[in-house]
Each structure stands twice: as C-alpha cells, then as structure tokens.
Design a protein around this ligand. Structure first.
Ligand code: MSP
Length: 513
C-alpha cells in the first residue's frame, strides 16, 4: 500500500521559521507513523523559487534570484536535517524536471483551450502572489493576511477558465460518495470552501508579462507562468510526472496535501481544476491547520517575534522540539505558543513523566539488582494494560490529526506506570520481597518497551536510545512494524529476559522557567 504526503513548497525568499517547521513536522510524524504501519510512503517537501516576491527580495539583497534560492533552499534543507525530517524528496521549482512538467501541463491546457488571453487590471498582493477583489480585502483595503496594501497591476495575460469547473468541483468536494471525492478538513474550512464555491468562480490569471523570474509559456515566451500554477505542479513533478512514468503511476494521486489555512483555496479549487482539465486523478485529502501566534501576536519580522526552529532545538533538543511543536496546540484552529508554555509542557510531559519513568526504573535495577535484572521474572501485566489503551486510542488520534490527543494518550499510560511504581513502592519491597520486586521492575520495563514504539514518530532518536537502555531486542523500527501489523506481544515481551544495563544519561534535564 502506498501513501503519498506533501507539505507546501515554501517560498525561498527567507529562512524557515516555526510555522514552516510545524507543517513539515506534522507531515513527518504522519509519514513515520504510516511507514511503521506498513505503508510505502513518499514524502515530498521543497521550495517555491519563482515569482515577483523572490525576484524583489533578491534584488534588494543585490543577489540574483537563483543565488538567493540556492542559499535559502540550502537553509531549508539544513533545518529539515536538524529536525530529522524523513522526506523522500526535496523538490526545488527551479529544477529542470519541474520545467518539463510545467511546460507539459501548460501546453495541454493551451491546446484544449483552457487558457485564453485578456487584458486585466487588478489589485495584487505581492506577499500572497495573488490578485484580490475589493470585497476580499479587509476594512482598510489591505490584504487580510499580510495587512499590506495591494498594488494595481495592469497587464495583458493568459487566463485559466476556472469558472467552467464550478459544478464539477462542487460535486467532488461535497459528495463523499463521488468516485473522485476530495476530502477537505477541518469541517469548518471545508464548509467555507463550499460556501465560497457556490458563489461562483472567476477565471484566474495564468501568466505574467512583468515577472521575468519564472517559467516562460511554451507558446508565448514574453510571458511567464503564474507562480502559483508553477508551484502547485510540484506535487506531480515530485513523483515523476513525465520523467518517471512508473513512479508517477505508483504514487499519484497524493493521499494527503498538508498546509495552513492561508493557501487552502489554491489547493482545494485551483489545483483540482488544473488536474481535471488535464485529466489527471485528484488528490484524496487536503488538510489545513491554523496559524501559530506568539504570545497572542502574529509572527512577523517587523514585530521581531519570529521564532526559529533551531532556537527550540538549542533549548529542548531535537526530539523534544519535534514532540512539543506537533503536540502543543490542537491541529486545525489557530494556536498561540509561548516559551513559557513550551517549557512547561517539556517539564511536565518529558522531564517529569517520561524521563522520570525511564530513569527511576533503570536506577532500581542498578541499585537493587546490581544492574542486572534476573531472567526468571518476566511480568507483562502492565505492558498488556498499556497496550490495550494505546491500541484503542493512539492510532485513532493520529488518523484524526489529533496529535495533541495522541500525546495525551501516551502521557496517560506513562502516568499509569508511574502510579503503579508508587503503589508497589519498590523501596519497601526491597526489604521484604525481592522476588516480587524483581517481577514489578520487569513489568515497568516491559511497559516502557510498548510506550517507546508509539513514541517513534515523534521522537525517533530518543525512542531508539531508550529502547537500547532498557534492553530492547533488535531494531526498534522493525520490531514496531511487526507489532503494529499483528498486535501480538511476544511471550517474553520485547526485552531480553536478562537485562544488563549501562549507566544512563539524563534524557530530559529539567528546564527552569
Ligand atoms: N509557496 C507557497 C506555497 C506553494 S504550495 C504549492 C507559500 N509558501 S510559504 O512559505 O508562505 O508557506 C506557507 C505555509 O507555511 C503555510 O501554508 C503553512 O504551512 C506554513 N506557515 C507559515 N507561517 C505559519 C504560521 N504562522 N503558522 C502555521 N503555519 C505557517 O505559501
């Protein structure tokens, strides 16, 4: 079974911030979870490198657009490496293969008469790279997203007959029984899209004469392809459209396009319309999330409150940054983040709950059993209890994009094990019943064994590390794959019966606020 997931291609005019890393990390968690569940995953991310915005920023920095894009796409790649993003391909819209694929699509559209020339004057937001009608601007006549004043653009351009797709789009977006159904989530945004679609569609500008930094139209080299059309096509280029037919047949259509609400319209209306026009299959799911605000404010350079993902990594480490970014706010609505809340969640979930469970269990074995738990005592009772809860609630949460809920489920089971330790009171047992103590200790370890398999999508490196510390047998990813396929806990659990532990480091040092 294949699973093709995408992030937006991010504009290569600036370095990545936590808004970008949020979408990418969510995609990575899903990609890793799907792989653990036996899917052949293709995970595409990359940079959007054409258009007026890139050209303007480059000239402001006295650089060529290509140099700016080379530099910025390298910064995105570095960031994804730091965050351990398991993408299959990083696409750049300036790469040759993408030119070939854009040219092909544009040619088909032209030949089928889906594009035509007309003179147009409109209000253009450079930040969004998009024309706005007066009614879509805010009360001050500014772009609703960037609060900047749009500029008047007047040109003779090619237009795409978007209006002719209204009925077909409406059927595909609103009828779950349609064979080409496109599932848009969350529900409120799907309803907004349907509502807007019902009001009718206008044809959209498809090319620009004033923007040189783009892909020239194959039938009119004075014009370049509108950057949004160019960018959306990355999703088929990335899986081999034209250049690798076998790969394309295997992975297209996308199973999930992920993005924030700002660009949902492009993905749910313009993209499917282009695909319908060229007779390619439509994406299955289009999921959008809200915006991060920082202490209540929009994140922006002018407010000086932009947070870089690497600042989080410096403070919390890579795996904790992954976990915190993805689970701090519910996926879907806008959410506010602050250092205070990040640190508080780090201390509660990771230092106090998970970190404490692992460290106290290992310390018990060091202290009471001279670092070696006896073979005779395998107790799977807690592991089984934990396994039932995780089986029922964790997958469900991830499948419903409720990552904060998945984290709650994990934290609940960790709390159950920590509470059991309090109830058993090993420090008392050691004086009266060493057999029971050994059996109890084994039960904590075996439970941790199950928990870390579920932690893998969020914390791939630390899960592996904990697995090794507690004496997990074999490669945790392989073991987890097998376990998620059959849901059978082996007779001896997942750990070697006779565990010899190495002295451990502190996984999550507490951070003072
Ligand atoms: N280049 C276009 C996308 C083309 S896709 C065919 C673009 N790029 S962007 O760099 O502006 O990235 C927008 C995306 O970045 C959002 O949809 C979202 O995924 C992410 N985010 C940017 N800022 C964000 C927040 N403040 N909060 C959450 N996500 C944000 O649009």
């Amino acid at each position: 079974m294949k699973f093709y997931i995408t992030t937006p291609v991010y504009y290569a005019n600036d370095v990545p911030h936590i808004g970008h890393s949020y979408t990418t990390l969510v995609s990575d968690v899903i990609a890793r979870w799907k792989r653990l569940n036996g899917f052949d995953v293709f995970f595409l991310t990359g940079t959007d490198e054409h258009g007026a915005k890139i050209a303007t920023v480059a000239s402001g920095k006295n650089k060529t657009p290509q140099d700016l894009c080379d530099e910025m796409s390298a910064r995105f790649k570095e960031m994804w490496k730091l965050l351990n993003i398991s993408y299959t391909k990083f696409i750049r819209t300036t790469e040759q293969k993408h030119f070939i694929s854009v040219e092909r699509i544009v040619k088909i559209l032209f030949e089928k008469d889906f594009i035509f020339k007309k003179k147009y004057e409109g209000l253009y937001c450079l930040e969004c790279e998009k024309f706005y009608s007066q009614k879509d601007l805010d009360e001050s006549g500014n772009c609703p997203f960037h609060k900047t004043s749009p500029v008047i653009q007047s040109e003779e351009n090619y237009f795409f007959r978007l209006s002719s797709f209204q009925t077909e789009l409406l059927e595909r977006i609103s009828d779950p029984n349609h064979k080409e159904y496109i599932e848009i989530q969350p529900e409120e945004r799907r309803n907004e899209i349907i509502g807007k679609l019902k009001l009718g569609l206008e044809d959209i500008s498809f090319s620009r004469t004033t923007v040189e930094w783009g892909i020239p139209l194959p039938f009119d080299s004075k014009q370049t392809v509108y950057v949004w059309v160019d960018a959306l096509i990355n999703y088929i280029t990335g899986v081999g459209y034209i250049t690798d037919e076998a790969k394309f047949q295997k992975y297209w259509p996308a199973d999930m396009h992920l993005m924030a609400k700002d660009i949902l319209w492009f993905h749910s209306i313009i993209w499917p319309a282009i695909l319908m026009a060229v007779k390619l299959p439509l994406p299955k799911k289009i999921y959008s999330h809200g915006f991060f605000t920082i202490n209540g404010d929009k994140m922006s350079k002018s407010l000086g409150n932009v947070i870089s993902p690497s600042e989080l990594v410096d403070k919390y480490g890579v795996d904790a940054t992954r976990y915190l970014t993805v689970t701090l706010i519910p996926f879907g609505p806008d959410g506010d983040i602050s250092w205070r809340e990040l640190t508080s969640k780090y201390n509660t979930d990771l230092a106090n709950n998970l970190g404490n469970l692992v460290s106290r269990t290992i310390k018990m074995i060091e202290k009471y059993f001279n670092s070696q738990l006896p073979q005779s005592t395998i107790n799977l009772q807690l592991a089984k209890e934990v396994a039932v809860i995780l089986k029922e609630d964790f997958a469900d949460s991830i499948d419903n994009m409720q990552f904060h809920r998945a984290a709650e489920v994990l934290q609940n089971v960790i709390t159950i094990v920590n509470k059991q330790i309090e109830i058993d009171s090993p420090w008392k047992l050691v004086k009266v019943d060493i057999e029971k103590l050994s059996s109890c200790t084994s039960s904590y370890l075996q439970a941790i064994g199950i928990v870390v398999m579920y932690l893998l999508p969020f914390m791939p490196t630390l899960s592996e590390k904990i697995w090794d510390m507690i004496g997990g047998v074999g490669n945790i990813n392989e073991i987890a794959k097998k376990y998620f396929a059959d849901m059978i806990i082996p007779e001896n659990g997942f750990l070697v019966p006779q565990i010899k532990l190495n002295a451990m480091e502190i996984l999550f040092p507490r951070i003072e606020k």
